[in-house]
Design a binder for this molecule. Structure first.
Ligand code: 5GP
Ligand code: MG
Ligand code: MG
Length: 179
């Protein structure tokens, strides 16, 4: 698996330091509140776990899965809910935890769903952001790293369901995509 990586973009230590910063900012902003923190599966699962440990206000957790890329590296533009929340968002402060924002289509769909369900507030924390590839006007409220247009894997992010378990984030060798 490590042989497939061309370059490390962010080490485990760099990611952990950033996640602590994001957790501190969220803890400050949500002082006195009890937000519902929603993990967008599967890519955000490790980020969610680490972030939750760095949030000091009481939170509730839930999980949602939407279809996005399948096995390719480009969004189909078609989004649908594969696993819905167990919790009602009505009247709740909601924080969506995303691994990465690329076109923004997935996130705009999720925000729309939560607003239609009458969430009190909807904010977004994304570990990675590729603003250069946006097709909808949308930005995270909390962003970890802004990255150029490269397909990254690790720390929850996959290529064809592989590499999610890498503790760091990197770029694959080009031959992995073509094989
Ligand atoms: P969007 O709808 O913003 O185009 O893409 C949303 C989802 O596509 C992300 O939440 C993520 O799961 C996947 N994605 C986007 N860019 C990358 C990337 O560079 N690497 C991986 N592994 N997944 C990505
Ligand atoms: Mg995602
Ligand atoms: Mg994926």
């Amino acid at each position: 698996m490590l042989n497939d990586i061309q370059e490390t973009l962010y080490t485990e230590e760099q990611i952990q330091a950033k996640v602590r910063e994001l957790g501190a900012a969220i803890s400050r902003d949500y002082e006195g509140r009890n937000p519902l923190v929603i993990c967008v599966l599967k890519g955000a699962f490790i980020f969610m776990a680490d972030l939750a440990k760095n949030i000091t206000v009481p939170i509730a957790l839930d999980f949602m899965a939407v279809s996005s890329y399948g096995n390719s590296t480009r969004s189909s533009g078609e989004v649908r809910i594969v696993k819905d929340l167990d919790t009602s968002v009505e009247g709740r402060d909601v924080i969506i935890v995303e691994d990465i924002i690329d076109s923004g289509l997935t996130l705009s769909y999720i925000i729309d769903v939560l607003e239609r369900r009458n969430a009190l507030s909807v904010h977004v924390v994304a570990l990675f952001d590729k603003p250069g590839r946006r097709t909808v006007d949308l930005n995270a409220d909390y962003t970890g790293f802004v990255i150029p247009d490269a397909f990254v894997v690790g720390y929850g992010l996959d290529y064809a369901e592989k590499y999610r378990n890498l503790p760091f984030v990197g770029v694959l060798k080009p031959e992995i995509y073509s094989s």
